[in-house]
Design a protein around this ligand. Structure first.
Ligand SMILES: [Zn+2]
Length: 345
């Protein structure tokens, strides 16, 4: 008989209160204190929680101050939104990971310019702290947030979420909700369409963009939830695997088409095509640029349509969940059009 491996331990809630009591020297139970010390010296997860509250008084003061500054930041958001803040909001802060961990440049600026912005901007700075804390949580397989976040999150998290939503509403054409089987919802402007619902609309117009959701171009209609013998009418429509957006560019510069697809591989693909007005080859040439967070693809030319295709990862929370795409059409340094799309979780 071969010994079967022990089943993986059920994730249990981390004993935040116990560790906090120990930290404050309020733990009367000596055996428990010894156990905690044992964990702290051997378990990187305990160590991470402990490390997160090393300067708790300072952390608390900083969180209160940030909350106050975030109120002011929110009040000023209606004026103009900084490109750095846009990129952070569109990526749920994930764009800061390569910037901070690898000192990468992005299309918004160099690593040094990011560092300057982070010094000045409470929104991006706090988003950075949250996203790095979340990374630690994921990497160590913690069952909940770091102790510091657990304690202080309520001070600033609602303000951060509100700032992110305000920016997204101001800059994104649409929020798409991709899954491995297709898109389950799309939000254009204030209107959110549930694409899994048989009565939901699968197209329309919002903010100068037309949108249309359809099955994959192969014409294979996938149905979900149909059991044999079940009446046809109860079938849930398949989720659309393709959503197209299109709009006319200002100044008769042509039309832009942005297509999001869930490929057979399960990856999310973004295809952008710029059709120029007939017979009018632009001079000098035009650049089409698609940025999927810090990953940028571009194509410069005079042909019509001008195309760029970017294949992203799987649309799960570990892959693309929460990220965004930014599309720029420019001639040299002159920007013709900028648009952004966000992927919701
Ligand atoms: Zn910012």
């Amino acid at each position: 008989m071969t010994a079967s491996p022990a089943p993986p331990a059920e994730p249990v809630a981390f004993p935040y209160e116990q560790l906090l009591a120990y930290y404050r020297g309020e733990l009367a139970d000596r055996r428990l204190a010894a156990e905690i010390e044992q964990h702290l010296s051997t378990d990187p997860r305990w160590e991470a929680h402990w490390e997160s509250i090393r300067y708790l008084d300072l952390e608390r003061a900083a969180a209160m101050q940030d909350a106050e500054d975030l109120q002011r930041y929110l009040a000023g958001l209606s004026v103009a939104i900084d490109p750095f803040c846009k990129a952070v909001a569109l990526s749920d802060g994930m764009i800061l990971v390569p910037v901070v961990e690898r000192r990468s440049d992005t299309r918004e600026g160099t690593w040094e310019q990011w560092a300057d912005h982070l010094d000045l901007c409470v929104y991006c700075r706090r988003m950075q702290r949250s996203v790095l804390a979340y990374r630690t949580q994921q990497q160590l397989g913690l069952t909940g947030p770091l102790l510091r976040e657990w304690l202080l999150e309520s001070v600033y998290a609602p303000l951060l979420a509100s700032a992110t939503n305000t920016i997204i509403r101001a800059v994104a054409v649409s929020v798409l909700y991709p899954t491995n089987e297709g898109f389950r919802a799309v939000q254009v402007g204030d209107r959110r369409e549930d694409l899994a619902s048989p009565t939901g609309s699968r197209g329309g117009k919002g903010a100068e963009w037309y949108w249309n959701a359809s099955e994959e171009a192969t014409g294979v209609l996938r149905t979900r939830g149909t059991q044999e013998g079940e009446p046809e009418s109860s079938a849930v429509p398949a989720l659309p695997r393709k959503i197209e957006f299109s709009r006319e560019l200002a100044g008769n510069r042509g039309s832009l088409e942005v297509t999001f697809k869930i490929a057979e591989s399960g990856n999310l693909v973004c295809e952008v095509a710029l059709s120029l007005p007939q017979g009018a080859a632009p001079s000098p040439e035009v650049t089409l640029e698609v940025a999927l967070n810090d990953q940028v693809s571009s194509h410069t030319g005079t042909e019509s349509p001008l195309r760029v295709r970017v294949e992203g990862g799987k649309p799960d929370p570990e892959g693309l969940g929460g990220l965004g795409t930014r599309i720029t059409v420019r001639q040299g340094q002159e920007i013709w059009d900028e648009s952004a799309f966000k992927f919701g979780r």
